[in-house]
Design a protein around this ligand. Structure first.
Ligand code: FAD
Length: 315
């Protein structure tokens, strides 16, 4: 028995969500009294042996550059082949995990719980807690299959490190020929990927038009943050759709979410209410977002935001 953690990566580097999954998987392995290993499909420039500091003993790698492009069918088949004696597989609940984990589940006939927010309760079976109804409630789901699969919600589990080195084991598995050919990759705008960001600065219709987005971008740049927006902003083509957060957009859980000129409709909150700290800037003191805010500034964004940016720069 062991726990196997899928190590997601992009542009030659392991993603933050994968470090969370590694820490979670290693803690789960300790709880079960078994060992934890990682599985990396593709190539990265990061030191794989150093991943031992997250608590895993071995990193299995299929060292093939073709796997740096996500093809969920190809990757799922390799995961199913690499599973070895693992009885629990852990993925990050991100784009890759959401695409690969269900396919592995089908291939292995393994029970799957997506979006876990805590370690499973293994005192009597295997019960995984996940958030449901856009973060408004929790469900505890028991998995009874021999192999169990969990995807871990981003920012639900703190990354921990300790002294340790992992053995690196090259797997000689040959990926299938992909059925999808990637002809071009268009990098999305923004300095920090939205789903990986610790801090997100987000703008709504209160910003009046795309010409005013420099306000959001300057603050984001100062904080090394990603930028996001409400749905009407994306629908009006003020900002690209990949920045739209909410029930019908991306769901994020950064450490700090700064909402500027956003009313705080329930559909918007559904995508951001797992943020650790929420700061709301709105000129209407009755704006619903203030009820969900940790800190609120009642004021005109066009006055408040430049002052805030300058004050942060001065620190
Ligand atoms: P508004 O509601 O127009 O709010 C603008 C805010 O800016 C106001 O609170 C106003 O007081 C403030 N403001 C104005 N001027 C200033 C100023 N100068 N300084 C400071 N504040 C100012 N929305 C999403 O965001 N994400 C979703 O995923 C999503 N999914 C949806 C799904 C469904 C099925 C439906 C029906 C709706 C969905 N919506 C979603 C839309 C949602 O209901 C709201 O309409 C939307 O979030 C409102 O966007 P907003 O806050 O930017 O704009």
């Amino acid at each position: 028995m062991s726990v196997l953690i899928f190590i997601d990566h992009a542009d030659g580097h392991i993603k933050k969500a994968a470090f969370e999954a590694l820490t979670y998987g290693a803690d789960l392995a300790r709880q079960l009294g078994v060992q934890a290993g990682g599985l990396l499909l593709g190539t990265v420039s990061d030191d794989l042996a150093a991943l031992g500091k997250y608590g895993i003993t071995t990193v299995h790698q299929v060292n093939n550059e073709a796997l740096n492009q996500l093809d969920a069918q190809v990757q799922a088949k390799l995961v199913a082949q690499a599973v070895g004696d693992a009885t629990v597989l852990v993925f990050a609940h991100n784009q890759t995990g959401k695409a690969v984990a269900p396919r592995v589940s089908a291939l292995l006939k393994a029970g799957l719980v997506t979006g876990a927010v805590a370690l499973p309760d293994t005192s009597n079976g295997f019960v995984v807690k996940k958030s449901v109804f856009s973060g408004k409630a929790f469900a505890n789901i028991a998995i009874s299959s021999a192999v169990k699969i969990i995807t871990l919600n981003p920012n639900s589990y703190s990354i921990k490190t300790a002294e340790g080195t992992a053995a690196v084991n090259q797997l000689s598995l040959t990926p299938d020929v992909p059925k999808v050919t990637v002809t071009a990759v268009n990098k999305v705008s923004g300095e920090v990927p939205l789903t990986e960001a610790e801090i997100v600065v987000s703008g709504g219709r209160g910003l009046k038009g795309p010409e005013n987005w420099k306000l959001v971008e300057d603050l984001a740049h100062t904080l090394h943050a990603a930028t996001a927006c409400s749905r009407p902003v994306a629908d009006s083509h003020w900002r690209p759709h990949h920045e739209h957060v909410g029930q019908t957009g991306i769901q994020i859980a950064p450490n700090l979410y700064i909402a500027i000129g956003i009313s705080g409709a329930i559909q918007h909150l559904a995508g951001v209410n797992r943020s650790k700290v929420i700061v709301v800037i709105n000129k209407d003191p009755e704006a619903p977002f203030f009820k969900a805010a940790d800190y609120g500034i009642v004021g005109d964004a066009f006055e408040v935001v430049p002052q805030l940016t300058e004050a942060i720069k001065a620190i």
